[in-house]
Design a protein. Sequence first.
Length: 91
Amino acid sequence: QQQQQPARGLRGTGSRSAASMVGATLSGWVRSFKGDWGFINSPSFDGDLFVGSKSNTHLGRDLAANDQVMFQVAVGPGGKAEALDVQVLGP
């Protein structure tokens, strides 16, 4: 039985971490968002995934807590996982 190796250089790369899902498009919800950044949660991973408005300039409005979203997991400039291509689902 082979065990999947976590991506090197990423923090929090356990099998249920957001960093282990780089490249995946997932759905979830905004846990919190203040100013230019916040955190997304998803049933697909444990913990928080950073989301920043500077990396999602296409959004027509600020995100708010409990917004349902679809997003892609990517590696940000600091080497940490973050949400890109965030789309708010619903009205």
